[in-house]
Design a protein around this ligand. Sequence first.
Ligand SMILES: [Zn+2]
Length: 136
Amino acid sequence: MPNPTKSKPKPADATEMTQLVTRARVRQFRKRRLFTMREFAYALGYHANYIRAVECGALPVSRIFATKFLKLEQDTYSKQIIQSRYILPREVLILAKARKCAGCKRSVILPYANQKYCDATCRARATKTKRKEVRQ
Ligand SMILES: [Zn+2]
């Protein structure tokens, strides 16, 4: 039986959801997860032609597709490892893109736009190797 305390999603949420799932986001997710068109289609329960049509804009993002896509995205990202130097609250909205540290090449979310290294050790190591490269 459905939980009576949980309210049903309003139609406004559904519209928002289909707007949230853009074809660029679908493609980006597929490429980043290294899914082939067929694998991605299978994971979502669609035919590859349908996904292709959505990605190139021939078909609009349906509500069902958006729901399935968001679920797959959430499942995928929930398996990812997030490490933080600070205590994280239960729910966090990250407003910056993860970038690769110029030193250790790990994906990091840096506090400053011009920051290249995740910490001082990384910077020191990177500048040392740079100096070596110059000498050769
Ligand atoms: Zn680093």
